[in-house]
Design a protein around this ligand. Structure first.
Ligand code: SF4
Length: 318
């Protein structure tokens, strides 16, 4: 296994198991998030790198599949091919490796993002792992005040089990974890053609996602999240979004599309977003006016160049 040190943690590349996963600290939400509804009002014009402390927030990002069958235009994971789902044991191995190799004994928050390689809704082991294994595994190594698992999905249309997976995840969030879990839908655009291009025509339509969203139970704790990875060319119409989704059930999260090989090759303008809040403001302000809770999250240039951000896969060797 290869261990790659980054500015804020480590990336583990396991060529034998065909897995990649990472452990990082966070700069603190007052430094990389703007969210008026959380009282964080400062515009983020670039994020300065500074030392992080896992005792404040610890983020583990793990793979749910060995590569990916989806072909999202901004993501390098498909370049690795597809070698099956991560088994229950693989998921345990990823978290166990992350915890075992740090000396930290406690943290305020341990986040688990099922978001390195793979589309998590294709892998039912994610549900079993979160429900039955995750908390015991974390407690074996550290005292975590909060354990917060997060599923992000691009809502693959060929997944016949998609709705069942998502509804079961909602139960895990609302019941098993008493609200301390996240569900994020990757939306990226309110324009159907732009969105389908980005997800390579492999995602449900916005109307289908809207219908699915109406079947979700009222969230306990934090609302569900609509993710928008943006460039300045993104189409995000607040009015259209409100027709599709309820601001009572969902918040909107805006991030830049990361500088992956695929994003660059496919012509996404990934260079303008990091230091200039104007790009985010054009999306954020109409949403706020329409009554949406909005989080703008910006990584530092160091984090993006370390390739810890979504859509990267060092194992693909590109
Ligand atoms: S973004 Fe997710 S679903 Fe899309 S290709 Fe990458 S890993 Fe697969």
């Amino acid at each position: 296994m290869r261990t790659i040190k980054t500015h804020t943690g480590k990336i583990y590349v396991d060529d034998e198991r065909k897995l990649e996963f990472l452990t990082v600290g966070d700069y603190g939400k007052e430094n990389n998030i703007k969210a008026a509804f959380l009282g964080l009002n400062k515009e983020i014009n670039g994020v300065k790198h500074k030392p992080v402390d896992l005792r404040n927030k610890w983020v583990a990002t793990i793979s749910t599949q060995k590569g990916c069958l989806m072909k999202c235009m901004f993501c390098d994971c498909p370049k690795y091919g597809f070698h099956g789902n991560a088994s229950l044991e693989d998921l345990e191995y990823e978290i166990d490796t992350i915890l075992r190799n740090e000396t930290v004994g406690q943290t305020k928050r341990f986040n688990v993002h099922f978001a390195r390689m793979g589309e998590p809704t294709f892998n039912p082991n994610v549900l079993t792992f979160t429900r039955e294994k995750l908390r015991g595994l974390v407690n074996k190594y550290i005292k975590a005040d909060t354990i917060h698992p997060v599923v992000s999905t691009m809502l693959p249309k060929e997944n016949k089990n998609l709705a069942n997976f998502i509804l079961e995840w909602c139960d895990i969030k609302n019941i098993d974890y008493h609200g301390e879990a996240g569900l994020q839908f990757s939306i990226n655009s309110t324009d159907e053609a732009q969105r389908q291009y980005q997800f390579n025509h492999k995602s449900l339509s916005l109307t289908e996602i809207s219908a699915l969203a109406k079947r979700l139970p009222q969230p306990v704790g934090r609302k569900y999240t609509l993710n928008f990875a943006v460039t300045k060319d993104t189409i995000l119409e607040a009015g259209r979004l409100t027709e599709l989704f309820s601001p009572d059930m969902f918040i909107v999260k805006i991030t830049p599309i990361h500088e992956t090989h695929s994003a660059v090759q496919n012509g996404f303008d990934v260079t303008t977003c990091y230091d200039d809040y104007d790009v985010y403001r054009q999306f954020e302000q109409p949403l706020l006016k329409a009554g949406w809770d909005v989080i703008v999250f910006v990584p530092s240039r160091e984090e993006d160049s370390d390739r810890i951000t979504c859509g990267n896969a060092l194992i693909a060797g590109v």
